[in-house]
Ligand binder design. Structure first.
Ligand SMILES: *[C@@H]1O[C@H](CO)[C@@H](O)[C@H](O)[C@H]1NC(C)=O
Ligand SMILES: *[C@@H]1O[C@H](CO)[C@@H](O)[C@H](O)[C@H]1NC(C)=O
Ligand SMILES: *[C@@H]1O[C@H](CO)[C@@H](O)[C@H](O)[C@H]1NC(C)=O
Length: 511
């Protein structure tokens, strides 16, 4: 986990004390002979500025397994066997077999009952006299599943078996030796897919556990959409409670999501698509996030992000793709379907339960609209030559359909006025401690007219901050004092990235 505001603020206090001491060149003895000091606070309306309610929020990006293998509680990785994509149908990673090649053979095929994620796993058991404990498959989750004593886990999977078969599902240690929970399910022989649901209660704890599915019976069984969720998630919404409680402690006033470069993709075909991330989880195709190099089943989708914002009491800020990725882009002349797609996403969030897309939201369990009041038109795309053309198409369509929605431009308006209309502009900074420290005065002299600033990503980068250092905290805290001081023009600020799974500290972007 990267530094949160909590750490920053405690570090600030410490640093201020440190600075004070260094400044006075004080010695312990001098501290004891305390001198009287007067602190004058000028809180007159002319010099004091009211800090906007929205100033401090959070930015959640699917980076470093912050979502999949992070805040989203799903324990199975690649639950639909889609991670290889339809073009490389043998990649079932990180699933693996129990037994050897002569006793069990697995391969994917395109026989799923779900048309949008057609890949399923076919398992052929070859042994007549299988080893004790059987043969089968296992999923290690995201670097092991944290299975805890006494806790319940809900298994859901889709199975097809032409002959009646007993399947043993277990939670075991990573070597399979420690059995934490186990039960046998009889699947009756049919040519149809069957949905199996089973609760498993752990007897023992092992934080690097795996899910096993084994059998002793020769024959063929197909699997698809194998999910294991802890029964206890925040409000039953699928989020890990201990991570949500950290976010609640930050009291975020907004949630910017789902990225970042995750929104853009290296290629448009790998960008986040809200439409593919809603509806029943079993039917979501998932996608390969090519910028941060991992697959996500999209269990944490557009709906779940809106739900997260609601659960945190934070204003949702939806960053959508504006037809631009890192390597390809949609020409302004052809952007209309993208604009329609974004209008649909807003109807999904805000439309009444009987509107076309609002009804999909209602069917997912949220008849009340989600109050989306901010959208960002792209991420870091100002330098792209078609940005302004595309931007205006989105801006005009959204302004007309939702006059109250505040729109965020990717073009930095702190140094010169924007050449296009916007309510806010993004300001991103990743740099070394010294530079960020000095940037505490950046907003002192920016124009007071025009759109407000949204410092939507800031951090001292890794080469300087490591896993968090006093110097980096001091620089970030100093930068924040500059934002507070200029909060007549700085409307919002969020640190990046919010979460890092220790097993995937990619962070290439952070230097
Ligand atoms: C968890 O399983 C591993 C083997 O995968 C074992 O080395 C470790 O001791 C187990 N931990 C506990 C707490 O039993
Ligand atoms: C398979 O499903 C179809 C449609 O749901 C149903 O009509 C049929 O009876 C099922 N077959 C078996 C063998 O269960
Ligand atoms: C739980 O595991 C312990 C050994 O660790 C065993 O003695 C006990 O019988 C198990 N309980 C259940 C309900 O399986």
């Amino acid at each position: 986990m990267p530094m949160g505001f909590k750490e920053v603020s405690s570090a600030t206090i410490f640093c201020l004390l440190l600075l004070f001491c260094l400044g006075c060149r004080c010695l312990a003895s001098e501290l004891v002979t305390s001198q009287a000091a007067t602190l004058n606070v000028d809180a007159s309306p002319q010099s004091a500025r009211k800090i906007p309610e929205t100033l401090f929020g959070i930015f959640f990006e699917e980076i470093n397994h912050a979502g999949a293998g992070g805040i989203w509680a799903e324990l199975v990785s690649n639950r639909g066997f889609e991670a290889g994509g339809p073009h490389t149908p043998s990649n079932i990673d990180p699933w693996s077999i129990i037994g050897d090649d002569s006793s069990v053979f697995v391969a994917t095929d395109r026989t799923s009952c779900f048309s949008r994620n057609i890949v399923a796993l076919r398992m052929e058991v070859l042994c007549d006299d299988c080893p004790t404990g059987g043969v089968g498959i296992y999923n290690p989750g995201f670097w092991g599943m944290n299975i805890e004593d006494g806790k319940a886990y809900n298994l859901v999977m889709y199975v097809k078996s032409p002959e009646t078969t007993d399947l043993t599902v277990s939670l075991t240690s990573s070597d399979g030796l420690q059995n934490l929970a186990s039960t046998t399910i009889t699947v009756s022989g049919t040519s149809n897919w069957t949905k199996v649901e089973q609760k498993l209660v752990a007897n023992g704890t092992n934080r690097t556990s795996r899910l096993q599915i084994t059998t002793n019976k020769k024959g063929v069984v197909w699997f698809d959409q194998v999910s294991l969720m802890p029964e206890d998630t925040y409000k039953g919404h699928g989020f890990r409670t201990e991570l949500i409680s950290m976010l609640l402690d930050l009291k975020p006033r907004f949630l910017r999501f789902p990225g970042g470069c995750f929104v853009e993709g290296d290629w448009l075909r790998n960008a986040f698509r809200w439409r593919e991330s809603i509806g029943p989880w079993e039917e979501r195709p998932g996608h390969f996030g090519d910028v941060w190099h991992y697959w996500t089943d999209d269990g944490l989708g557009y709906y779940e992000f809106l739900q997260l914002a609601e659960d945190l009491g934070a204003a949702p800020i939806w960053v959508f793709n504006n037809g631009v990725s890192h390597n390809d882009e949609v020409d302004t002349a052809a952007i209309a379907p993208f604009v329609k797609d974004v209008l649909d996403s807003l109807e999904f969030a805000r439309g009444s339960a009987d509107s076309t897309w609002g009804s999909v939201r209602a069917a997912m369990g949220h008849p009340e609209p989600f109050p989306v009041k901010y959208v960002a038109i792209g991420n870091e795309d100002c330098g792209k030559k078609i940005y302004r053309g595309n931007y205006l198409k989105f801006y005009n369509a959204i302004r007309q359909a939702y006059p109250d929605i505040q729109m965020i431009s990717n073009c930095d308006g702190s140094s010169r006025p924007l050449d296009h209309p916007a309510d806010l502009y993004d300001f991103h900074v990743y740099t070394d401690s010294k530079t960020l420290f000095n940037m505490r005065s950046t907003f002192d002299s920016t124009s007071r007219s025009g759109p407000k600033a949204f410092v939507s990503e800031y951090a001292v980068w890794r080469s300087d901050a490591g896993r968090g250092s006093l110097l980096a905290s001091l620089a970030e805290a100093a930068f924040l004092t500059g934002l507070e001081k200029n909060s007549d023009i700085v409307q919002m600020a969020s640190y990046a990235p919010l979460f890092v799974n220790d097993n995937d500290r990619t962070l290439v972007f952070m230097g």
